[in-house]
Design a protein around this ligand. Structure first.
Ligand SMILES: [Mg+2]
Length: 288
């Protein structure tokens, strides 16, 4: 379906590019009117959503770091060449794509274990490569001040997310992280992952919230969702769609999916590294 695009007239202080788009401003306004700080929770993706998109993901940046052996780099590329085409092939069934993604994630994890990824290398690499998307830092700060709970649901690596947030003084009380948590031995060498349920790019709907998270979220029926992939809409259940304001960051490698983004998200932001100010703008509206 083709959309009439409605640029949202945000005050300049929230966006330098003024490139926030909404397919349905009336619907967005009616949703916004129901949101209050007390009834709102946030669910957000990590790679290229909370972080600036630099063409790398939590899993891919080890290969580019220069800190891993050349044979790891080669073997990791073989995995990518085999599985990436399936990630972007939306003509496959969900089950097929999901199966391939799971095989990719496990294959890569096996490589990291075989090459003995050290926790120090992980910390060094992620903090060198990952920067928070401009504006998302102040949004996280404000969510903490408003006591709005935030779930980071990511196909990346728990320790990478914690490390990046901690390093930038953003690992707040209100933040819960659901991702793939690596197990390290006493020498801080990666051994495996601590769950049977690997979260990859297209199974975020299969993730089961812990009891703590469920309890925190129970009274909060309004959801702000942030993602940079069409699959990120799966972070909420279908029946929650009417009470969700979904923001999609359409990065330059996804412009060919622009129409689909407008079908999927309430607000589409065309920026690779900035315009996280959209979050702050929504909070201003929710507070008023
Ligand atoms: Mg992402």
């Amino acid at each position: 379906m083709s959309h009439t695009i409605h640029p949202i007239e945000y005050p300049q202080k929230y966006s330098h590019s003024m490139s926030f788009l909404t397919p349905n401003p009336t619907l967005l306004e009616s949703k916004l009117s129901r949101f209050t700080p007390e009834t709102t929770r946030v669910v957000t993706d990590f790679d290229s959503t909370l972080t600036a998109d630099n063409g790398k993901t939590s899993w891919s940046l080890f290969a580019d770091s220069g800190l891993m052996p050349e044979s790891y780099v080669v073997r990791r590329q073989v995995l990518k060449d085999r599985y990436y085409p399936y990630e972007i092939d939306l003509s496959l069934s969900e089950t097929e794509r999901s199966g391939y993604m799971r095989d990719w994630w496990i294959g890569h994890l096996e490589l990291l274990v075989e090459y003995g990824l050290h926790k120090d290398i992980l910390e060094q690499v992620v903090n060198h490569e990952m920067k928070i998307r401009t504006g998302m830092d102040s949004m996280l700060q404000e969510l903490e001040e408003l006591s709005i709970p935030v779930l980071v649901l990511s196909a990346g690596i728990t320790q990478s997310i914690e490390s990046v947030l901690r390093n930038q003084n953003l690992l707040f009380q209100e933040i819960s992280i659901a991702s793939n948590s690596l197990i390290f031995n006493a020498e801080w060498i990666c051994q495996w992952i601590d769950t049977k349920q690997i979260i990859h790019v297209c199974n975020k709907d299969e993730w089961d919230a812990s009891e703590n998270v469920q309890e925190t979220f129970k009274a909060r029926t309004n959801i702000l969702l942030f993602g940079d992939s069409l699959d990120d809409i799966k972070m909420i259940r279908n029946e929650e769609r009417d009470s969700t304001i979904a923001v999609g960051f359409c990065t330059s490698n996804r412009v060919h999916q622009r129409e689909k983004f407008l079908d999927t998200f309430d607000i589409v932001v065309e920026s690779n590294t900035g315009d996280g100010g959209v979050g702050k703008f929504l909070l201003e509206r929710i507070k008023s």
